[in-house]
Design a protein around this ligand. Structure first.
Ligand SMILES: Nc1ncnc2c1ncn2[C@@H]1O[C@H](COP(=O)(O)OP(=O)(O)OP(=O)(O)O)[C@@H](O)[C@H]1O
Ligand SMILES: O=P(O)(O)OC[C@@]1(O)O[C@H](CO)[C@@H](O)[C@@H]1O
Length: 310
């Protein structure tokens, strides 16, 4: 079983405007509300894969009730912890003319120390049946930098695998707790290592360096260029075929879903990389964040090349 964690859940609001004008009144032609926050964008592809899954995290107020109800509607089992303040919204504006996307991500409400401690206590119980736990995204206000470290310690103490997917400064702190896996993208690996990582050799060296600090699996995702993985077996490269990418938002989350699924099913690291790359690439081919067509994923699974690089 897989438990996904979203501490900063959000109602993702997608606004379509004919032409976005800064400083003007913009009328929205279509709007779409979906449950978001990175951990929920991991849950959606996991559901499509047919994984046994439980979504947890923090939600609050009416927005929180709406989020939990929408997640349930998607058929995703969930056990959210209720906080006092209202869950956030994230706005994504799609400009039809310029074909650009503008995002406004609210920071998330304050979470009191009492709420933080109570969630951790509940979390230790929630993951009892899990084999794999994913921890994703930003954290709401008031949550200290080492909170993910405490969660990772709880998961590891129970002998389970834990994937951490976040960015600086939470990632810089989180790697100290040695999660089972991290998946920085190119910007995140540069920020983590302070190296330019301008070519494949440098990226492989950076991934191996991090893996050797005691993080069993380090994957660097490279968008349409695939991914590099450093693990105990060595270095691997995933080469993905050219596809018509219509929405790359949340591809990283879909990749985490693929790895969590593969770890839960006991795949080898190389096959886990193939699985994760097929799910994330299929999700780039679908316009709705967090979704993909199983037939695209199954086709890609056969086409993706996994090369041993050292
Ligand atoms: N344009 C694309 N074409 C094909 N596959 C893609 C494309 N963009 C992303 N992918 C797939 O998704 C994976 C993750 O992409 P990326 O490196 O962009 O993650 P990310 O930056 O964490 O994404 P996000 O933050 O939007 O979730 C890639 O390794 C690849 O398999
Ligand atoms: O603040 P986080 O949790 O890091 O990111 C939140 C978020 O912007 O990322 C997704 C796109 O990847 C959106 O669906 C979501 O609302």
């Amino acid at each position: 079983m897989i438990v996904t964690v979203t501490l900063n859940a959000a109602i993702d609001k997608r606004y379509v405007v004919s032409e976005f004008e800064e400083g003007e009144v913009n009328r929205v032609s279509t709007c779409e509300y979906t449950p978001g926050g990175k951990g929920l964008n991991v849950s959606k592809p996991l559901k499509i894969l047919g994984a046994e899954l439980l979504a947890t995290g923090l939600v609050g107020g009416f927005a929180g009730q709406y989020l939990a109800a929408e997640v349930t509607k998607l058929g995703i089992a969930n056990k959210f912890f209720q906080i006092a303040d209202e869950s956030r919204s994230c706005i994504n504006i799609w400009d039809e003319k310029k074909k650009t996307q503008t995002e406004f991500l609210e920071p998330g409400v304050a979470v009191s120390e009492e709420e933080q401690e109570a969630f951790l206590k509940e979390f230790a119980e929630t993951i009892k049946e899990a084999r794999v736990v994913t921890i994703s995204g930003s954290v709401p206000k008031g949550i200290p930098l080492d909170y993910y470290n405490r969660m990772i310690d709880i998961v590891k103490t129970q002998g389970k695998q834990v994937i951490l997917d976040t960015s600086s400064p939470l990632l810089d702190e989180g790697i100290k707790a040695k999660p089972t896996m991290i998946k920085p993208n190119i910007d995140e690996i540069r920020s983590l290592t302070g190296r330019p990582c301008d070519n494949l050799d440098e990226i492989m060296e950076a991934a191996r360096g991090l893996q050797q600090t005691g993080i069993p699996v380090v994957v660097v995702s490279l968008g349409g260029e695939g991914a590099i993985m450093a693990c105990e077996d060595g270095l691997y490269q995933a080469l993905v075929p050219k596809v018509e990418a219509v929405n790359t938002v949340g591809c990283g989350d879909a990749m985490i879903a693929g790895f969590a699924y593969a770890f839960d099913q006991g795949y080898s690291p190389a096959e886990a990389l193939r699985m994760a790359s097929s799910v994330s690439t299929a999700s780039a081919m679908y316009d709705k964040t967090g979704f993909f067509k199983p037939e695209d994923q199954q086709k890609l699974f056969k086409e993706i090349e996994i090369k041993k690089r050292g």
